[in-house]
Design a protein around this ligand. Structure first.
Ligand code: FAD
Length: 271
């Protein structure tokens, strides 16, 4: 195994939709490190691990003894230390995800013992409203933030805007809808971009997040008017959505947070 030992085990695999899963992993014989909600870690499997059925063959065969590693945002709460949860989409031609999708409970995997990243709520001042915007599995770090911090976030408005192609790709929908019912200042806004493919008419918002953001509907949809003075915006997932939102928000007075400079846009690009 070229000096690398699998150090963790899959405890649960939940199929959300075709090519979309929630994976829970437990450390084997060691303690999961403390982490901040919003951070990510790295998963790895050897090239000899089988690829899931119906995925594309690799252009050139992977080195069987080399660990293929990729970053994944943690979706579980940072107060949970029994397992760590991930929300993962299948890239059919990819190197690692076809192997991750072939896993089943009990299978071994490599999990980095380091949790890293600046995409956390650390630099949001108290009492600022927060809008968490994601496409697809970009929702993962927000699930960790909400599962960890929502009980303390009652002094401001918090909204999640989650874009996906179809309603069945809206992972965690039931949990987020329940949070909305139970928490007075929390809003959950799912948007689908291909409503014409729904087998049952979709009654919610449709189209792309950046178009909705610019429409008068946004205030009604999330229950407050987002302004740069009072609102921090988080962006995660597809780089095209992030670029479009950065342009829109920049024109409205928001500024990007960087390691050196404070700002009220926080972003994490998945590729
Ligand atoms: C900080 C960070 C956190 C991440 N967290 C997550 C996460 O929580 N869930 C998750 O599914 N992925 C996440 N990713 C992406 C992940 O690291 C891999 O890139 C992805 O799983 C594809 O790996 P692969 O080896 O199968 O594909 P590769 O062979 O590496 O092919 C990469 C290509 O796959 C496509 N791609 C990558 N990620 C996605 C995605 N999420 N949705 C659609 N297409 C994609 C892009 O076209 C990219 O160029 C994260 C990436 C970063 C940098």
């Amino acid at each position: 195994m070229a000096g690398v030992e699998y150090n963790a085990v899959v405890t649960q695999k939940l199929d959300v939709a075709s090519g979309l899963m929630i994976l829970r992993i437990a450390a084997k014989g060691w303690q999961l490190p403390a982490f901040k909600a919003g951070q990510y870690t790295v998963l790895g499997l050897l090239g000899l691990a089988p690829r899931a059925a119906l995925t594309d063959p690799e252009d050139s065969p992977a080195d069987p003894n080399k660990l293929i590693r990729r970053a994944y945002s943690v979706a579980s709460s940072s107060v949970e230390n029994e397992y760590i949860e991930f929300f993962i989409t299948l890239v059919r031609s990819g190197a690692l995800t076809p192997r991750l999708f072939a896993l089943k409970p009990g299978d071994p995997i490599w999990l980095s013992p380091k949790m890293v990243g600046m995409f956390t709520m650390d630099r949001v001042p108290p009492n600022q409203n927060i809008v968490l915007i994601a496409t697809g599995t970009g929702l993962a770090p927000y699930m960790s933030m909400l599962r960890t911090h929502l009980p303390e976030m009652q002094n401001a408005n918090v909204a999640v805007i989650h874009g996906a192609r179809h309603s069945w790709d809206l992972g965690y929908r039931a949990e987020l809808a329940t949070m909305q019912r139970l928490v007075p200042r929390f809003a959950y806004l799912p948007i689908v971009s291909k409503p014409e493919e729904e087998p049952f008419p979709w009654k919610g918002y449709t189209g792309f997040i950046n178009d909705l953001w610019d429409s008068p509907d946004i205030e009604k949809a999330i229950g407050f008017k987002p302004t740069p003075e009072h609102t921090h915006v988080f962006l995660c997932g597809n780089p095209l959505m992030i670029e479009a939102m950065l342009k829109t928000l920049g024109g409205q007075g928001w500024t990007e947070q960087t390691p050196q400079t404070p700002g009220n846009i926080h972003l994490e690009k998945f590729w």
